[in-house]
Design a protein around this ligand. Sequence first.
Ligand code: F3S
Length: 279
Amino acid sequence: MEIMVARHAGFCFGVERAIDIVKDAAKEYSSVVTFGPIIHNPQVVGELTEAGVATIKSLNKVSKDMSVVIRSHGIERKEAEYLAENAGNVIDAVCPFVKKAQKAAARLSKSCDYIVILGESDHPEVKGIVSYIDIPYKVIESAEEVDALDYMEKYGFLAQTTQSIGIFESAAEKLKKKCSELVIAKTICSATEKRQEAAIEVASKVKVMIVVGGKNSANTTRLYHLCKEICPHTYHIETVSELRVDMFQGISKVGLTAGASTPAYLLEKVREYILEVAR
Ligand code: F3S
């Protein structure tokens, strides 16, 4: 059996950076917590908890004796303001690409009549991005949703960093016909683009595709859906324990990829399992 691993898979720069920031903070300060999971991977978050870095979900838990690390996906503007006033120390681990999207939202908010964001409205990153908008806006999940929008003089358009570039481009084309002027901020990150391209390339050549990563990870779920469209036998798993031998019976080529928040060792364990099955 041949195993094809996507050219770009696993940890991205923003995730590696966030984990390094947490680890450095844990060495330097005594009571370090992250506000929300630092990245969307339960295994990595579990390891940090064991190392003494807890995840807090509510601002009520914040106190002056804590060093609070802001997660890679960012937080809402009012939450950042609250932390600045109430935490002992605030350590910023927000991915620079997410910061760029937040800044783009604030900029478009000053110059447009209405802003459209391609993303998942209940995702923390999107909640953070829209908190920087002071004018009417709408979060859409598909290009088709543009059809229901009114005609405007000037639309601003941006995306959650982990969205599909193809959907972003087709939504932008539709939006152009709904206004006199469209200002586009390209906020999909390069790591996402590379992982999507590489996953599609592999999925088009195999009979079974395995996508490894957190079920709560937007970029991993996106990879899963993109691969599933091309390769119907695509599975989204968090760890090797979710694999079964029968998934690979009679299969000659298996594809593998992992989301940007998936550590290399989880992908490697999956590869080892498949090699064992193939023997
Ligand atoms: Fe940042 Fe993109 Fe990774 S937004 S956290 S580099 S997936």
